[in-house]
Structure formats: C-alpha cells, structure tokens
Design a protein around this ligand. Structure first.
Ligand code: PSU
Ligand code: MN
Length: 319
C-alpha cells in the first residue's frame, strides 16, 4: 500500500484500486485523531432535496463540533472517495443532473468504479471504503435489514452481511420499522454483530424509541470504546450502536405503523423490488406523514453524528 499526494487529497493505492482520501481526513488518521465516516445513499436516495443537502452539511458540522473530522463517502466519477468535497456532495444531492448517482452497495462498487460513474454508497459500501481508508466509526440513520416478507422475496439488505465481515462501528437509530425488526436482530446475533443501545436497553425502531426488542445497554462513549476494542481483539467484525431518536421529533408509533402499512401496500401494488424498495418506501412514508418522517429522519441523523463523534474520540483516546 502506498500513499501519493495529489490535488487536495491523498491517493491510497491498493493492488487494483485507488482510493481518494481527503487530506484533512488523512492527516487526522495519521495523527490518530478521531474521524467519522458518513454515507451518501441517504443524500441521493434517502431524503428529498433540499433537505438532503442541508442534512449532509449539518452532519459534517455536528461531527466537527464533537471534535472529529467528517468523511462523507461515495464514488465520485468512478473514484472511491473518503471525504467528498462540497461540490461533490452538492452534485449528489441535486435532483437535476442526469444520470443521477446510482445506489451502490458492496456488489456494485466494482461496476461503478470501472464505468467511471457517480455512486452513492449504502451502509454496506460505505463500510467497505471506510475500512480500507482506516476509519473505524460511521454514522448513519437506519441500517438496512431483513424486509417484511423476506421469506418469499429473499430481500435481506447487504448491510447485515457487511456488518458480519467488515470491522466498522456503525452508529444508527436501529433499523427502519419498514423492516422485520425481530428477524433483523436474529440475523445480527447469528452473524456475531454486537448491538449496543446508547443509554437504553431497548433497540430503537428508527422513528420511535420503542420496539419492545432488546439492546445491550451502553451508558457512555468510553464504555462503547471498551466494548469495541474487546470485540475486535476477539476477532469480531462490525458492531452496531443504536441511538434512540430525539424524543421531540419521534413519530407516534401507531401513526408510523399505519403509514408504513400503506407504503408497503403501494410497493407491492406497483411491483417495486430490489434496491428500489428502500428508497420507494422512504419517499412514500414522507408523503404519508406530510413530511414528519423527513423531519424525524434529519433530527436522528444529526444526533447520530454527534454521538459518533464522541465515540470516535473515545476510541482515539482523546477524551
Ligand atoms: N434506511 C434509512 N435511510 C436510508 C437507508 C436506509 O433510514 O437512506 C439507505 C442506507 O444507505 C442503507 C440502504 O444502507 O438504504 C439499504 O438499502 P437496501 O435495503 O436496498 O439494502
Ligand atoms: Mn434489498
């Protein structure tokens, strides 16, 4: 592995892969200072414009306020990038440019890189690139999981598999209630992925704090850092830290559930399947709840960025 300086960013070259790492990110990694990775699918496919752009900027600010360096991850014109610049983030957020960045999970990385396109990385693909760059902590909204009806559709997000193999600590608000949450937790248990709850022993259901499902209570960032180091020393890979959504933005559980039912029905009626399912459901939910789901989504993403910065600082040993 060699590191060559380039315009404003370093290029880390692996055998057949060059990774662009923003110089600020590389400097922090070299000095052992905290870095928090952020994903780009939530920008391109998770939230409507302009909320997505405001959110991308706000999350970077939140990470900085927490004393860490943000690294938004994506494939920019065929270049896998850890620490996208403002122009790239803006392009990924825009609705107009054609073609739009594609949604890129682990299996799609090679294709989008080889074809020189823009790729918005999911949780799985962001973990892959963050880990190659040496970033340990990643903040997102919700991870993908086992979809309802997976027994017929086999729709299980690649995020889950990635957590079982790639050592990145993912800070999230649990998995969206559009999913089968008990089945998602079963998968994570089988895969040896610890599921910690941030100051709670309940696994959050994204739009609301309550799911009735368990998480392992983590009282503070230094505790999370100790669990992480031990998990890694034992040969473990990914780990989840689930943060309940801020109470003032949380959606009422019955309202959320009704909106989800409706969104799922429409997805079935319209024959939506594959990678299109999650973006479709998110957009349908936003309409169903008159934008309330988007406000909740933004609030919890920002909270997760703040918590991730604290945890990254504890892992780096700077607090
Ligand atoms: N959950 C959200 N918002 C999102 C996603 C999930 O609340 O934007 C995105 C993430 O990028 C996640 C992906 O990795 O959807 C999962 O997609 P799929 O279910 O197709 O694996
Ligand atoms: Mn899927």
């Amino acid at each position: 592995m060699t590191v060559i300086s380039a315009r404003g960013c370093g290029i880390m070259a692996f055998m057949d892969l060059s990774l662009a790492i923003a110089s600020e990110v590389q400097a922090a990694l070299d000095a052992g200072r905290p870095v928090v990775a952020l994903e780009s699918t939530v920008i391109s496919h998770g939230l409507p414009y302009p909320h997505n752009l405001e959110l991308a900027r706000a999350m970077e600010q939140d990470v900085r306020h927490g004393g860490a360096v943000p690294a938004t991850v994506g494939v920019v014109a065929g270049v896998p990038t850890v620490g996208m610049d403002a122009a790239a983030i803006e392009r990924f957020a825009q609705t107009d440019p054609q073609p739009r960045p594609s949604k890129v999970s682990r299996r799609d990385l090679g294709y989008v890189i080889a074809s020189g396109g823009d790729g918005a990385t999911t949780v799985a693909a962001t973990m892959v690139l963050a880990h190659l760059a040496g970033v340990q902590v990643f903040a997102t909204g919700g991870i993908g999981g086992v979809h309802r009806g997976a027994r017929e559709s086999w729709d299980v997000s690649a995020d889950l598999m990635e957590l079982t193999r790639t050592p990145v600590l993912v800070v999230c608000a649990g998995a969206k209630a559009i999913l089968d949450l008990p089945a998602t937790l079963e998968y994570l248990e089988t895969g040896g992925v610890p599921v910690l709850g941030w100051q709670t022993d309940e696994f959050p259901a994204f739009y609301s704090a309550a799911s009735g499902l368990p998480a392992a209570l983590a009282p503070d960032a230094s505790f999370v850092a100790r669990v992480w180091r031990t998990h890694r020393a034992l040969g473990g890979a990914g780990m989840l830290l689930a943060v309940p959504p801020p109470a003032e933005y949380a959606l009422d559980r019955t309202v959320a559930e009704a909106a989800i039912e409706c969104a799922l029905r429409r997805a079935t009626e319209e024959g939506v399947h594959g990678p299109a399912v999650t973006p479709f459901l998110l957009a349908a939910l936003a309409r169903e709840t008159g934008g309330e789901s988007v406000r909740a989504n933004v609030a919890l993403l920002r909270r997760n960025a703040q918590v991730a910065a604290q945890v990254a600082a504890a892992i780096a040993g700077v607090v």
